[in-house]
Design a protein around this ligand. Structure first.
Ligand SMILES: *Cc1c(COP(=O)(O)O)cnc(C)c1O
Length: 353
């Protein structure tokens, strides 16, 4: 049985190590005896240049330490304290950021619903209509997560429809792209076709779950929206003084579309894992597997057995839905080990009856 350092963890895609391309870029950045601080270095310049190339637009690019800060500051930039932000009930900004978007923006999150982790426009409309005008915070933005927290992906048509809804209601469109790379890989389209071409105003583009150690991008596709955002970043304690060490790993990811290769690998692994869980272990898969996450229904006994065998993962939805994540570093052998353990545990369970 593998333990500790040798074992792949399906608990999340942020349990993975730093990918070789990011590591190599970090080492190259560290070869300079000195470099300008606070983002005036060539690595930060290069990372921003590569982002503009990737999205095929002259956008404003900022680097912060993590995804919570990226979302919170992006939304703070769009909203006043008397505004509200529409998001899905499973949105990371609602469930996993300790109120940071509300704290930094002063605005209120308006939670809405929809199947498979995606906002349903009729539900969003109903959520807005329940707010008495003037007496409740004015809806100012709609935030969508791509890929979603439930491992699904909004199609370009779905985002286009959300954008039409947003424009009609004078809402900004924010995209939490902690797993944006996985969504691009899943849909096989150009990054611009998933963002500014269909109305996304600001994208929080995650690198951590794609293979770097830290550092997430906030990208404003309309430059005027980024006015004084640099001050907001600094005030929030999110301006890295040795920024080149956040930027260099991004250069590693963005050069030669490494980000896309990692996402392809992770998505393919998730499909394989889902397929093997279904066919070999007769495990029920709960949501469509469209990115790098799989949600499975498992009984407590099986989960206990897997935990005893050293597999770490956790319950996502009560009473019995667990999340498994694949990252750039998972191998076919890891998947075979995991599925093999499930098959063995189920066989033992059946033998007892
Ligand atoms: C991981 C994640 C983030 C960022 O989380 P941090 O831990 O703050 O870096 C944001 N959104 C989603 C959907 C995520 O999964």
């Amino acid at each position: 049985m593998k333990r500790g350092a040798d074992r792949y963890e399906f608990a999340s895609d942020n349990t993975a190590s730093i990918c070789p391309e990011a590591w190599d870029a970090l080492q190259r950045a560290n070869a300079d005896k000195a470099a300008p601080s606070y983002g005036d270095d060539r690595w930060t310049g290069q990372a921003s240049h590569l982002v503009r190339e990737m999205f095929e637009i002259d956008c404003e690019v900022f680097l912060v330490f993590n995804g919570t800060a990226a979302n919170a500051l992006a939304l703070a930039q769009l909203c006043q304290p008397f505004h509200s932000v529409i998001c899905h009930e499973h949105a990371h900004i609602q469930t996993d950021e300790c109120g940071a978007p509300e704290f930094f923006s002063g605005s209120k999150l308006l939670v809405t619903r929809g199947a498979n982790g995606k906002i349903d426009i009729d539900e969003a409309e109903a959520t807005i209509l329940r707010q008495p005008e003037l007496h409740s915070p004015k809806p100012r933005a709609i935030s969508i997560t791509q890929a979603t927290e439930l491992g699904t992906v909004y199609t370009t048509d779905e985002i286009r429809a959300l954008n039409e809804f947003a424009r009609k209601r004078s809402l900004f469109l924010h995209m939490d792209g902690a797993r944006f790379a996985n969504a691009v890989s899943s849909l096989g389209c150009a990054p611009k076709a998933l963002t500014w071409e269909i109305g996304v105003d600001v994208l929080c583009f995650g690198g951590t779950k794609n293979g770097i150690g830290a550092g997430e991008l906030v990208i404003f596709f309309k430059k005027e929206l980024a006015r004084e955002f640099d001050y907001r970043v600094k005030q929030a304690g999110q301006l890295a003084s040795k920024m080149r060490f956040l930027a260099a790993p991004w250069v590693g990811l963005l050069t030669g579309a490494v980000w896309l290769h990692h996402a392809e690998h992770a998505n393919r692994a998730a499909r394989q894992l889902a397929e093997q869980l279904r066919s070999e272990a007769k495990i029920d898969i709960v949501f469509p597997v469209e990115a790098n996450a799989i949600f499975v229904r498992m009984n407590e006994q099986l989960v206990r057995g897997l935990h005893e065998r050293g597999w770490d993962f956790y319950k996502f939805i009560e009473p019995d839905v667990y999340r498994l994540m694949c990252s750039w570093s998972v191998t076919e052998a890891d998947i075979a080990d995991f599925v093999g353990d499930i098959v063995a545990l189920k066989r033992n369970e059946e033998a007892k009856h």
